[in-house]
Ligand binder design. Structure first.
Ligand code: BJ8
Length: 422
């Protein structure tokens, strides 16, 4: 990796502590990713992105800022990137997926907060992630209680705008979300000094839809009997989608899909025949959380789909691309985004329907319902998920875990036993 120490210093980072992270990440990535056999050549791009994770993209964001541009950090798939890009700004995902940042979050949050929140707060307060330093403004949302309180803590250190996400999906709630997007537009326009116009918003909708199309193409390829790509690799691509340049990401993902199309034609699979097809459902797996995919794919299973925010919830369904006024297009955004099924909604039965549909589409043998420790939303919803799956005759295993490796052995035993009985 090139030397980015000066850039990190200029960002006010704790470079010494950050060096410790830089030391362990390549090893972890090598163990989990580079050890795989017969990986598609197109994965070279994503390997490069991870190898330079705190270098290349941060440098691009800083370049954008030097030209007067702004960067917005987001934490949830309900926040519409389109508004940000339409104002000539850049949106980047900020969710923390490493245990490295958790102790920093625990200094200000109760221990029994989910690791995703603790890691995100720790990455900011400990000054050990360039993305968290670069963002001019954080965009929070009122999804779960832990996040709501985390925004208040982060707001002491960085400008935060919170979007009030409704928790039901009645007509008035969709209208309310459209209003929140209108308020967000005003905030973004003020911060950037740029206008969101009908034309720029239309272009941004097409830009982000194209990213969704590429991801959807990638996931469709995982529906094949012979899997041209591992679940681990697909997860990595989903994670990178949150912060890479959308145009380049779309291009590289489509290029990879061309290679995978050829693999399908040639009958190439990265798994042995008879490998059990597993779908994951539940809380998101923020980068670099590769723990479960690694355990499953080294225990006789192949992950074929993630009904997660780092998965289908991120890209399914497009925003209507019909041209119109900014207001009309914002209504289209609200409709698309309110179609995401997060456990913070009640009722959330459409998520159960999604899970059953995806299980059929991806021909899964079994489902692992994953819950990040202390996420009571997904934990409670697990009751309905597991009940519906049992009724549908789809085997399910419920798992609760965090970012540490302390339960890896125990999880491996449970996952192996589950896969064996499929
Ligand atoms: S749309 S899943 S990205 S809120 S895991 S922080 S819910 S306590 S991340 Fe999420 Fe948006 Fe929903 Fe997706 Fe809270 Fe649960 Fe932690 Fe979570």
């Amino acid at each position: 990796m090139a030397d980015y120490h000066q850039m990190w210093k200029d960002l006010g980072m704790d470079v010494e502590t950050h060096d410790q992270l830089c030391e362990v990440l390549p090893q972890a990535f090598g163990d989990v990713y580079l050890s795989q056999e017969n990986r598609p050549e197109g994965m070279d791009y994503y390997n490069f992105v991870v190898a330079e994770i705190h270098g290349v993209r941060p440098a691009e964001l800083i370049e954008h800022q030097k030209k007067g541009g702004k960067v917005f950090g987001t934490f949830c798939v309900y926040v519409p990137d389109e508004i940000v890009f339409a104002a000539d700004a850049i949106a980047t995902g900020l969710c923390g997926g490493s245990q490295f940042w958790v102790p920093g979050g625990e200094k200000v949050l109760p221990t029994n907060t989910c690791p995703l929140i603790k890691a995100s707060v720790g990455a900011r307060l400990d000054r050990t992630c360039p993305f968290f330093r670069i963002a001019d403004m954080y965009v929070g949302e009122t999804t779960c209680d832990g996040k709501k309180k985390a925004w208040e803590i982060l707001a002491e250190d960085v400008p935060v705008h919170v979007m009030d996400l409704p928790q039901m999906k009645r007509e008035k709630d969709i209208k309310a979300w459209a209003d929140e997007i209108r308020i967000f537009r005003g905030v973004v326009e003020e911060m950037t000094g740029n206008q969101v116009t009908a034309e720029s918003l239309h272009n941004a909708i097409v830009l982000i839809n194209n990213k969704r199309r590429a991801l959807s193409r990638l996931y469709d390829l995982r529906k094949n009997e012979k899997l041209p790509i591992s679940g681990k690799d697909a997860l990595l691509i989903s994670q990178i989608a949150f912060y890479d340049d959308p145009t380049r990401f779309t291009e590289m993902t489509n290029k990879l899909c061309d290679e995978l199309d050829q693999r399908v034609k040639d009958g190439v699979s990265v798994f042995l025949e008879g490998t059990k097809r597993i779908m994951l459902t539940g809380t998101p797996l923020a980068i670099p959380n590769w723990k479960l995919h690694n355990l499953i794919e080294t225990s006789g299973g192949a992950v074929v789909c993630e009904e997660m925010c780092t998965g289908t919830r991120y890209f399914e369904r497009l925003v209507d691309e019909a041209e119109g006024t900014v207001d009309e297009q914002i209504d289209h955004l609200a409709e698309r985004y309110m179609g995401i099924n997060c456990a913070c909604f009640t009722p959330n039965s459409a998520r159960i329907d999604d899970i059953i549909r995806l299980a059929k589409e991806y021909k899964v043998d079994g489902i692992i319902d994953v819950n990040l420790k202390f996420c009571s939303l997904y934990d409670c919803e697990g009751y309905h998920v597991e009940k519906a799956l049992k009724e549908a005759g789809i085997p399910v295993l419920g798992i609760e875990t965090d970012y540490t490796d302390s339960d890896a052995q125990q999880l491996r035993t449970r996952i192996s036993a589950f896969i064996e009985m499929l």
